[in-house]
Design a protein around this ligand. Structure first.
Ligand code: BG6
Length: 478
């Protein structure tokens, strides 16, 4: 590939605080919901939910080695070395997240944890040194666990005020370094994995369906308030949403399958519709009606959603699925947060995620056609069991193949006329898996010497894909 990308294209990598930072003890950081997950079984597709008792036990448990996200890859102390490697690859952007519980350990403090404030300040200064644009997510699959225990997370409306206080603090503190923001990572996670997305412990709700959509509504309002504030502080700020692109194709051209596909797509897309168009679409309104879901809201809140929509649409794209009207005999497989139907034309990763580069072009066109806003690939990547050879080198041709085919499709989307703002490859350095808390589900161009139990030197080394991505960026951005 030697086609050029636009001059200001934000190409680079992506990760979240809870999967890389570590730096829990002696730093003033509070426990987050992510810090409560133990290593889970890959064959079961991982675990995103915990019982109330498991959360309470995790909060009391100081044996941190049992909880992989408490150690991450110790980016907290290795960040300079890691950023230097990102710069060597030619990154123009790094999408990262801020841990709310590092700045406000319980989420209810009046004053911030200065050690945490200083960590992010130094991190942004380091990125500036290398001219890497930070794209900062305010909430990526974690919140202070105290808020989950006390309020059942975003189920409680009081979370809006607590979150916006935190968001305003972050925007004020780092405004000289950050112009690109994302409020919630994969905001639709609240529907699929409510503890991870919104700190909701399902057994503590009487009506889970109602609670999830109400919590999501609270998150939409918090998003609109954050957009409003970010634009007041700096009118040049770009605030985006981020959702999982649950791309599904109709299983056949049978009209029933096509209708099923259409309807599921409209329902899935309501989360970006609310944030980009300021309205709940007709399909989700009908879904609410059919399920007896009634949102507790006011005209003022609905107006806020209309008045403060996003500047760009971010999404994650890993895999596609198919859908059919009659699901009785359909073979199932995983795709990120969802389980869906298999596509006989696609290969899968060892985790069952179907590899579909063309689906990225489709998704970019889909969002651009719908909103006419810049579109951003916030996550795309391949988790594999990488093996080091006798010299310690990882030959990850399969990852090079995956990324090059996806980038080829992204370039086709640009040729189609789509305004693509950037591409940040997920897990540019190996990190802890969100779903299984494994270290061995590796995405990185950079290998980190650590196993699932936390043994290892944490030494960073370059995989074959490192040089491939470096060359790609250098050619495409020249
Ligand atoms: C996305 C999340 O859903 O998928 C990331 O935003 C996550 O946090 C990524 O790591 C890949 O999922 P997993 O389970 O393979 O880590």
């Amino acid at each position: 590939m030697n086609q050029l990308l636009p001059k200001d294209f934000l190409i680079g990598g992506s990760f979240s605080a809870n999967q890389v930072e570590g730096g829990l003890r002696g730093t003033g950081k509070g426990l987050s919901t992510a810090d409560c997950f133990k290593l889970t079984d890959r064959s079961k597709g991982g675990s995103f939910e915990l019982s109330y008792q498991e959360v309470l036990d995790a909060v009391k448990d100081t044996q941190d080695q049992k909880y992989p996200k408490r150690r991450g890859i110790e980016f907290y102390t290795h960040y300079k070395e890691d950023i230097r490697l990102f710069s060597e690859m030619g990154f123009k952007a790094l999408r990262l997240s801020i841990s709310w519980s590092r700045l406000f350990p319980t989420g209810e403090e009046e004053t911030q944890n200065e050690q945490g404030v200083d960590f992010y300040l130094k991190l942004f200064q380091e990125l500036k040194k290398y001219d890497i644009t930070p794209i900062v997510t305010l909430s990526h699959f974690e919140m202070p666990v105290h808020l989950a225990v006390k309020y059942n997370g975003w189920a409680d409306k009081q979370l809006i005020a607590l979150f916006t206080k935190y968001a305003r603090f972050v925007i004020d503190t780092y405004k000289d370094y950050v112009t690109h923001w994302i409020v919630f990572n994969e905001i639709d996670a609240t529907i699929h994995i409510p503890f991870v997305g919104a700190g909701i412990i399902p057994e503590r709700t009487e009506n889970l369906e109602q609670t999830k959509y109400q919590a999501l509504h609270h998150q939409f309002i918090a998003t609109a308030q954050t957009i409003k504030y970010a634009h007041e502080v700096n009118p040049q700020s770009k605030v985006g949403c981020m959702a999982t692109k649950n791309l599904k194709y109709p299983a056949t051209c049978k009209p029933e399958d096509c209708m099923q596909f259409f309807n599921e797509t409209e329902i899935d897309t309501f989360v970006t519709d609310v944030q980009a168009l300021g309205e709940y679409n007709y399909a989700i309104k009908q879904y609410f009606k059919n399920k007896g879901i009634k949102l507790d809201t006011t005209e003022e809140e609905l107006q806020l959603l209309r008045d403060h929509t996003v500047d760009y649409v971010g999404f994650s794209y890993y895999a596609s699925l198919v859908t059919s009207f009659d699901k009785t005999n359909a073979d199932k497989t995983n795709a990120n947060l969802l389980v869906g139907e298999k596509n006989p034309y696609l290969e899968v990763t060892p985790w069952g995620w179907q590899i579909d580069p063309s689906g990225l072009r489709y998704s970019l066109n889909f969002f651009y056609a719908r909103y006419g806003l810049p579109v951003f690939v916030a996550e795309n990547g391949m988790g594999m069991l990488d093996q080091e050879d006798e010299t310690g080198q990882v030959h990850d041709d399969y990852r090079i193949d995956f990324v090059s085919k996806h980038l080829e499709q992204l370039m086709k989307a640009i040729d189609d006329g789509v305004d693509v703002m950037g591409y940040t490859y997920w897990g540019c350095i190996d990190c802890i898996s969100a779903s299984t808390s494994e270290m061995s589900k590796r995405y990185g161009f950079i290998y980190v010497d650590q196993d699932d139990q936390g043994n290892g030197t944490l030494k960073r080394s370059k995989k074959d894909s490192f040089d491939w991505y470096k060359n790609f960026i250098s050619n495409a951005m020249s």
